[in-house]
Design a protein around this ligand. Structure first.
Ligand SMILES: [Zn+2]
Length: 346
């Protein structure tokens, strides 16, 4: 048994030690000692804990290290204002997801033609790094048609999960020995998802070590990656809302980020910028912009599950066991829609 896994499993369900101990009918002192590695729990008590937490008891044997958020969440002021319990829960769920993905990818060879490098932010500006990455990934000029596909081609995994609070937009982590992993909070509009994913990508490329300017740098990276200055600058002249909507269709970035880009590149004055932002707000576009973009599907995790079920002959129940989830939760979290649409039951 790995004591840390009991803590992670408990936190992932948002329970305190007191909650869990009383529901599993164990003295809290015993649970506390067990979580700190000072006491072994009997098989019956471990099972009682597993039942309350609704996990298979094998989860407590995972030897996995537990990671913190790293650079990507280090400077998010909004995230820092979240309660400790929520933060712990999100961190626990992130660790469990990383462990599940590592287990799911075992024995599966999905080639990634590119990689997500680490580049020295003291040697280059964020804009230079964005251009280096576009070149390294051989992205053509113009808009990045599919950010998720570009990240997956560089070996990254992209998942959408409920992160428990709208204050989280995404978490990115580069677990040692595993693929870079991006967890998007469910429900973001596609233009926000694209910018957020690119921003997180910037963190993983530039901010191995956290630094004060990290947030602004990740935004600058994302703006240049999605809207390269040299290409977009001329088309931003005289931008108004109608033009921003047209540009959004082409560049697949939000109208507000295009207007921001026009200001940052000094194509419009501060006054014009403020006026356009007021217009966006008056029309309700700060809540929901016009021009819907298609959602970018992630494919690699679904492909892993399909290879296990369709080629390796794993049942859902067996695969659930591999990642230490009950089958119902595994299906909710991982099972992709079966190819061909209809699934014959029984
Ligand atoms: Zn950030």
């Amino acid at each position: 048994m790995n004591p840390r896994m009991i803590t992670i499993a408990r936190e992932s369900r948002g329970l305190t030690q007191i909650n869990l101990a009383s529901r599993a009918d164990i003295p809290q002192a015993t649970l506390s000692k067990a979580e700190n590695g000072f006491a072994e729990l009997s098989t019956e008590r471990l099972q009682a804990i597993a039942d309350v937490l609704d996990y298979p008891v094998e989860l407590f044997d995972w030897p996995d290290p537990v990671y913190g958020f790293g650079s990507s969440a280090f400077h998010h002021r909004k995230q820092q204002s979240l309660g400790q319990t929520t933060l712990k829960q999100v961190q626990a769920n992130m660790n469990l997801l990383v462990g599940r993905l590592r287990r799911l990818s075992e024995g599966i060879d999905i080639a990634a033609p590119f990689r997500l490098p680490v580049l020295d932010i003291d040697e280059h500006t964020p804009e230079e790094i964005a251009r280096i990455l576009r070149a390294a990934w051989m992205l053509p000029m113009g808009p990045v048609h599919n950010v998720v596909a570009a990240i997956e081609a560089a070996g990254g995994l992209v998942l959408r999960r409920d992160l428990g609070s709208p204050r989280f937009t995404a978490i990115s982590i580069r677990p040692p020995g595993s693929r870079p992993t991006f967890i998007l909070n469910r429900g973001l509009p596609p233009d926000r998802e694209r910018f957020t994913l690119t921003h997180e990508c910037g963190h993983l490329v530039m901010h191995e070590i956290p630094r004060d300017e990290a947030e602004r740098e990740a935004d600058r990276f994302a703006a240049e990656f999605l809207m390269p200055a040299a290409e977009i600058q001329p088309s931003l002249a005289n931008v108004d809302l109608a033009k921003a909507a047209d540009l959004k269709r082409y560049w697949k970035t939000s109208m507000s980020s295009l207007i921001r880009r026009a200001r940052d590149l000094d194509v419009i004055t501060e006054r014009r910028y403020t006026s356009l932002m007021v217009q966006l707000s008056q029309r309700g576009y700060t809540k929901k912009e016009p021009v819907d973009l298609p959602l970018e599907e992630s494919t690699v995790v679904d492909a892993m599950v399909r290879i296990h079920t369709e080629q390796h002959g794993y049942s859902d129940a067996r695969l659930a066991k591999v990642v230490s989830l009950k089958t119902r939760e595994f299906n909710a979290e991982f099972t992709p829609p079966r190819r061909g649409g209809l699934r014959v039951v029984r």
